[in-house]
Design a protein around this ligand. Structure first.
Ligand SMILES: Cc1cc2nc3c(=O)[nH]c(=O)nc-3n(C[C@H](O)[C@H](O)[C@H](O)COP(=O)(O)O)c2cc1C
Length: 361
């Protein structure tokens, strides 16, 4: 067993990825009860909503779980860009007898300036807290560490990983380009080397002094074993859990995943690069400059709602990784048990051969 798995009391070095809009307290609790680390995503809710989710997990399990936050830089509102974006999407809305929203809002508050969320977390004291899209202030990191929480943050390249380590975060989640959902890059406008999970994980294991978790395209025990062989302390799987009955994925999302043929990285739906099942939205052409995340997401969600109301589900944010075709529709406990067996069969579940990284608790 890896040191990280031992620290968290896991029987398999597996983290169910936090998935805003898809993961649920029931999914996280089922994963925890089965011996892996379950996660809830608070990126799309506020402090009260987050507290309710934490309480719901605790009502179902006493085990450690992960609470995940979006730490994005807010976009600068730009009326001209937003008008151009609405104009570009207007013909799509018109297909369903609708119009784009008159104004676009910043629908998600970043944890970077959400003092109510920080206060709630300090009070609720979840065992694990993770960050996506960036890092909170040193004061917030200090306050969370003072509760005894293990902190994790997503990196998509070496520079982000080094910033995470410098900030005193305990674990780096190495998210490869294969990953489903939003790319965790700190600055979506910066050049993206698009490193794959294999190269990124190995790079970070070699370059960083804290444990690394591999994420992106891992769908079964062979993939988890491969991540461990690279020196990762655990694997974080998202797409593999979307089809679990405990997830919040809609019937249309499940059907799209079951029929998955291709995925595509797109910023059209939310304003940030994210890997999605190819659908009508990912294939739209001629987009002007984006108003940015999460302002563009306000329009994207409205378009999906208008189309869905008329029975067209091809505009959904059907996030999925490159391994989508390997997804299994199993209850979470069965999936975790299956993954544990597969890791054991691959012969690498008991050791992390080349990590050597220590916790800086
Ligand atoms: C539907 C979906 C939603 C996601 N939402 C989040 C999120 O809220 N927070 C986060 O840190 N990562 C999120 N991710 C990314 C995962 O943490 C992880 O990097 C990714 O799922 C790994 O790749 P895989 O999907 O190929 O397993 C999401 C991924 C998916 C598929």
């Amino acid at each position: 067993m890896t040191a990280l798995a031992a620290r968290l009391g896991l029987s398999v070095p597996l983290i169910q990825a936090p998935m805003a809009g898809v993961s649920t307290p029931a999914l996280a609790a089922a994963v925890c009860e089965a011996g892996a680390l379950g996660s809830i995503a608070l990126g799309a809710t506020d402090a009260a909503g987050g507290r309710a989710m934490i309480d719901a997990v605790r009502a179902a399990t006493t085990r450690a779980f992960n609470v995940n936050l979006f730490v994005h830089a807010d976009p600068v509102p730009d009326d001209a860009r937003e008008a151009a974006w609405r104009k570009w999407l207007a013909p799509e809305f018109a297909r369903f007898g609708a119009q784009p929203p008159a104004t676009l809002r910043t629908i998600y508050r970043s944890f970077a300036d959400d003092t109510a969320m920080l206060a709630m977390l300090v009070q609720a004291r979840p065992a694990v807290v993770s960050f996506h899209f960036g890092l909170p202030s040193p004061a917030a990191i200090h306050a969370l560490k003072a509760t005894g929480a293990l902190l994790m943050a997503t990196a998509t390249d070496v520079a982000e990983a080094q910033a995470i380590e410098r900030a005193g975060v305990d674990v780096i989640v190495a998210q490869g380009i294969e990953a489903g959902g939003h790319r965790g890059m700190f600055d979506p406008g910066a050049p993206d080397e698009q490193l794959g999970t294999l190269a990124l994980t190995r790079l970070l294991v070699r370059r960083c002094g804290v444990p690394v978790v591999a994420a992106g395209g891992i769908m079964d025990g062979s993939g988890i074993a491969a991540a461990l062989a690279l020196g990762a302390e655990a694997a974080q799987l998202g797409t593999a859990f979307i089809a679990c009955p405990e997830s919040a994925a809609s019937a249309a999302y499940r059907a799209a995943l079951a029929a998955a043929e291709r995925t595509r990285m797109t910023a059209l739906i939310s304003g940030r690069p994210a890997r999605c099942l190819v659908n009508r939205f990912t294939e739209l052409a001629g987009a002007p400059d984006s108003p940015g995340y999460p302002i563009a997401y306000d329009a994207g969600k409205a378009l999906h709602a208008a189309a869905s109301a008329r029975g067209e589900h091809g505009y959904g944010a059907h996030w999925a990784g490159q391994g989508a075709r390997l997804a299994r529709a199993l209850p979470a406990a069965t999936l975790v048990a299956t993954l544990r067996d597969e890791v054991a069969r691959a012969g690498l579940g008991q050791a992390s051969p080349s990590s050597g990284a220590a916790f800086s608790k």
